[in-house]
Design a protein around this ligand. Structure first.
Ligand code: AMP
Length: 418
C-alpha cells in the first residue's frame, strides 16, 4: 500500500515525498479515504500514530480546489507546541502548493499573528484562548470555514478549554466537515463529539495500549534514591535522545541543572519558561545540541522529535492518560524505544491502575550494582494484575486517581526533594 491509492493532487504527492513518507500508517489508511469523501471522523488515536498527516492530507486535497487566501480550515490544538508541530507538518506537505497556514496561540506577539492573517491564509492552527481573542477583536473571520479539526480533544478538556471550544464551534458554519481526534474517549469527550459530529465514521488505532514498539520497565526505588538511580541508569545504559518526565516544573528545573553539573547536554522544558525558551529547548533537542530533555507533562505535549530512545518517568504520572501520552513519545512510527518508570512504594496504586488498564504486567527491573541500601525492588508491587480480563475492567478513574494524587501531594510536600 502506498499513497497513490488516495489519488491526491500531484502537488500534494510531491509534498509527501518531501516528508519522505512511503507507506501510510494504519490511521492514515483508515481515515484518509473517509475524510476525502467529506465525512465526519471520530479518530481515537494518540500522537505518534501519524494522525496529523491523516487529517492534513485530506484538508490539503480540499483546498487545492476553490478560492485561495480565505480561511477554509481550522485546526484547534490544546498547546502551542502541538499547534506549531502541526503547522510544520502542513508546511512540508503543502510545500509544492500555494496553500498557507498560520498559527495562533498565546504567549507571543499578537500583532505578528494578525499581520499573518491579513496577508491571507487558508488554514489556521490555533489554541482556543488566543483564537477567540483575535476573532472577538474582529481580526479573523471564521464564517467560511469548511473543515474543523479538534486535535487531542481529551487534553483540551483536561486543560479546561471545553467552554472555549464550544464558543469556537458557534463561530463556524453549521454545515462543515468535522474531524475529531482524541487519545482516549471518556464520557465528557464522547458527549462533546456527539454534539459536533454528524454521522461520523470511527477510526481507532491502539486506544489505550501504547505504541507496540515500546518496551516498558518499572524500576522500583525509594523516593530519596531516584536521583542516584537515574545517574546510574544513564551511565550504564546505551541511550540516544532521552526524555525525562518530572511531576513539577521545579523538579524539572532542578533535575536538569543536576544533570548539567554532571556534564550531560541537557535542557529543561517546563511551563514557566517563555515560549522562545521552550522552542529553543525543543529545537536543541531535535538538532542534537541536547541529549536529554527534562520535561513536565503539559510542556511536553506534542513534542515531535523522532529517535527518542528512552522515556524515563522520573516521577510517576498522575493519570493513566499521562502515562500513555508520555511513553507515546518514544517508539514512534516503526522505531523502537524503551520506557522506564521509577516507582516508589507510594506509587503502588498507580502501578496497579496502569497495569489493569493496559491489561499487562510491566516488567520489574533491578539495576545491577546499584546500592539500594536495604530496599528490595523485587518485593515491591506484587500481585495486583492477573492478565485475565475482569468482568468490569474499566479503571475506576476518578475516585481512585484523585485519591492517589491527594496522597502523592501530601507525600511530595513532606519531602525536601521537590
Ligand atoms: P503524529 O502522530 O502525527 O504526531 O506523527 C508522528 C510521527 O510520524 C511524525 O514524526 C511524522 O512525521 C511521522 N509520520 C507520519 N506519517 C508517516 C508515514 N506515513 N510514514 C512515516 N512517518 C510518518
Amino acid at each position: 500500500m502506498d499513497f497513490e491509492q488516495f489519488s491526491l493532487d500531484p502537488r500534494i504527492s510531491a509534498g509527501i515525498r518531501v516528508a519522505r513518507y512511503t507507506t501510510p500508517t494504519p490511521i492514515q489508511e483508515q481515515a484518509i479515504p473517509i475524510a476525502l469523501e467529506g465525512r465526519d471522523i471520530l479518530g481515537i488515536a494518540q500522537t505518534g500514530t501519524g494522525k496529523t498527516a491523516a487529517f492534513v492530507l485530506p484538508i490539503l486535497q480540499r483546498l487545492t480546489k476553490g478560492k485561495l487566501r480565505k480561511v477554509r480550515a481550522l485546526i484547534v490544538s490544546p498547546t502551542r507546541e502541538l499547534a506549531e508541530q502541526t503547522h510544520q507538518v502542513i508546511r512540508v506537505l503543502a510545500k509544492k502548493t500555494k496553500i498557507r497556514s498560520v498559527t495562533i496561540y498565546g504567549g507571543v506577539n499578537k500583532n505578528r499573528q494578525i499581520d499573518a492573517i491579513r496577508r491571507g491564509t487558508e488554514i489556521i492552527v490555533a489554541c482556543p484562548g488566543r483564537l477567540l481573542d483575535i476573532v472577538s477583536d474582529g481580526h479573523l473571520d471564521l464564517s467560511q470555514v469548511e473543515v474543523l479539526v479538534l486535535d487531542e480533544a481529551d487534553r483540551m478538556f483536561d486543560m479546561g478549554f471545553l467552554p472555549d471550544v464550544k464558543r469556537i464551534i458557534k463561530l463556524i458554519p453549521a454545515k462543515r466537515q468535522a474531524l475529531f481526534f482524541s487519545a482516549t474517549m471518556p464520557k465528557d469527550i464522547r458527549q462533546l463529539a456527539d454534539k459536533i459530529l454528524v454521522d461520523p465514521a470511527t477510526v481507532q488505532i491502539g486506544m489505550i495500549a501504547p505504541a507496540k514498539t515500546v518496551s516498558h520497565a518499572l524500576y522500583p526505588v525509594p523516593f530519596k534514591q531516584k536521583k542516584s538511580l537515574l545517574f546510574h541508569l544513564l551511565k550504564s545504559t546505551a541511550t540516544g535522545r532521552v526524555l525525562i518526565f518530572t511531576r513539577t516544573k521545579r523538579r524539572a528545573r532542578y533535575l536538569a541543572s543536576d544533570l548539567a553539573k554532571r556534564s550531560y547536554r541537557v535542557s529543561a522544558l517546563q511551563g514557566n519558561m517563555s515560549q522562545n525558551a521552550r522552542q529553543r529547548a525543543i529545537d536543541g533537542f531535535k538538532n542534537s545540541k541536547y541529549d536529554i530533555l527534562v520535561a513536565t507533562d503539559v510542556a511536553s505535549r506534542g513534542i515531535d522529535v523522532s529517535d527518542i530512545s528512552h522515556v524515563i518517568n522520573f516521577d510517576m504520572p498522575d493519570t493513566i492518560d499521562a502515562y500513555t501520552h508520555r511513553i507515546g513519545r518514544t517508539g514512534r512510527v516503526d522505531q523502537s524505544g524503551e520506557a522506564f518508570t521509577f516507582a516508589s512504594p507510594e506509587d503502588s496504586q498507580m502501578v496497579r491502575e496502569i497495569e489493569k488498564t493496559l491489561k499487562t504486567k510491566i516488567e520489574r527491573r533491578r539495576l545491577p550494582e546499584f546500592d539500594y541500601a536495604g530496599f528490595k525492588p523485587e518485593s515491591q508491587f506484587q500481585g495486583g494484575h492477573s492478565n485475565q480480563p475482569r468482568a468490569n475492567s474499566s479503571p475506576k478513574k476518578n475516585g481512585s486517581r484523585n485519591h492517589q494524587s491527594q496522597r502523592n501531594k501530601r507525600y511530595y510536600k513532606k519531602t525536601k526533594h521537590n
